[in-house]
Design a protein around this ligand. Structure first.
Ligand SMILES: [Zn+2]
Length: 426
């Protein structure tokens, strides 16, 4: 950028403009360094990011887009620009795929003349200044009105990388170009449908798996965890091998962000102990009958009491068994301690996870019973237990959905339960 152009750009970026960018990107401006605006990023997910940099020319383009009514999408990382009839999605690329520079020449792309201004044409995008080549995939509808493209990002989807890295990086994004100005909600739904359809075929026909990147949520409030111990001891807790594996999954860096998997891993720990706890509870009840003063083995009614107790126990649903597990194995104090932490309104009536019961410390119902209901219904929403008519109404909670991204406090809760249950059953 020339010195003069740079000064012009800097003048354009007054406080108002910068706060527009802050709002659009959900970041907090700190300073301007080396032709980049530096922002502070809130902790995203469980991974705090440090400062991120947006080049000044990119910032100007973002401002221009905002001015003509462009906005960030709510469900995915990306932008819609209704005036231009344009949508851009950030994508995750999984593994090495066939559209890499070495092999992309093998492919032919269905392209027709169109009216859009494309920055690159397939199959290559050359970045002279960085001496870098990346690939461009594009297809056009037969009438030339619509193009779908996967190529290096526009200014709108600049990767938010740490400014300590030497250069501003690029990322591949999926862009949908329509024939002209398109109404906001129509643009959103039509571009998403086309993107899903295109990505499905890239995967199914070419084994090139990409996925739309779900919105990174800044979690507010920040996740609350209980205190950690500062004395490291020689271990006393025997842990069965499969339980050890399940318990370690949510801490695995390589699959971070997969909240529903984390939730189910801890749930499976609880599930493992259900039969044993259930047996223990049944035996305890039968023993209580046997020991009662009026038990008489000669009387049918006495023997039937045992039979009924066992039958009732056999008929117990997984939800009932789970309640017994929590009541039997989890100290009430641990639950009170957990809910004494500030989880914002996560566990309240207006919490971000729909279709599961809130936790109300003032209701007459025991915490164990409330917690058991909540974690069981949440589990049902994740695995979508269609065979249970009671939950047929509740919507499936998809991995990487907005709700999944906000599961963190529930994952912490079920982690507390898993630890308690493992410790109780040693
Ligand atoms: Zn086009």
């Amino acid at each position: 950028m020339s010195e003069k152009a740079r000064e012009n750009d800097l003048e354009l970026l007054d406080t108002d403009k910068i706060s527009q960018i802050e709002k659009a990107l959900d970041l907090k401006y700190i300073k301007t360094v080396n032709e980049c605006l530096i922002f502070d990023s809130p902790a995203r997910g469980t991974w705090p990011q440090r400062e991120v940099a947006v080049p000044i020319d990119g910032a100007i383009e973002i401002l221009q887009a905002i001015d003509r009514g462009a906005e960030r999408m709510a469900e995915h990382e990306g932008w819609i620009d209704p005036e231009k009839g344009f949508a851009e999605f950030e994508v995750n690329q999984h593994g090495i795929n066939a559209f890499r520079p070495q092999s992309i020449s093998k492919f032919k792309f269905e392209i027709h003349p169109c009216s859009h201004a494309h920055a690159f044409d397939p199959p290559f995008a050359r970045d002279e200044s960085r001496d870098h080549i990346s690939t461009v995939i594009r297809v056009t509808s037969r009438d030339g009105s619509t193009c779908i493209e996967i190529s290096p990002n526009s200014a709108l989807c600049i990767p938010l990388t740490s400014h300590e890295r030497e250069q501003v990086r690029t990322q591949r994004t999926l862009k949908v170009y329509f024939g002209g100005a398109t109404e906001r909600s129509e643009l959103l739904s039509r571009s998403r449908d086309l993107a899903n359809s295109f990505l499905f075929e890239l995967n199914a026909r070419h084994r090139c798996p990409y996925s739309l990147r779900p919105k990174r949520e800044s979690l507010s409030p920040r996740p609350r965890r209980g205190a950690i111990a500062y004395t490291v001891r020689f271990p006393k807790t025997p842990v069965p091998n499969n339980i050890a594996t399940l318990f370690s999954i949510p801490s695995d860096f390589t699959i971070r962000g997969n909240h529903t998997l984390f939730y189910l891993s801890y749930y499976q720990v609880l599930e493992h102990y259900l039969p044993a706890i259930h047996r223990r509870e049944t035996v305890r009840k039968v023993r209580r009958i046997l020991r009662s003063l009026d038990f008489d083995e000669e009387k049918d009614s006495s023997v039937l009491q045992i039979l009924n107790s066992v039958e009732r126990s056999r008929g117990a649903s997984e939800g009932d068994q789970l309640r017994i597990l929590v009541e039997e194995c989890v100290q009430e104090g641990k639950l009170q301690e957990f809910f004494a932490l500030d989880h914002g309104s996560h566990f309240g009536n207006k919490g971000p996870i729909s279709g599961i019961p809130a936790i109300n410390l003032k209701s007459g119902e025991s915490l164990a019973s409330q917690v058991a209901k909540r974690i069981y219904m949440l589990r049902n929403r994740i695995v979508h237990a269609k065979d249970d008519a009671r939950y047929a109404e509740s919507k499936v909670l998809l991995p990487l959905s907005r709700e999944a991204m906000r599961l963190y406090p529930d994952i912490e809760l079920i982690r507390v339960l898993a630890i308690e249950v493992i410790a109780d059953n040693r």
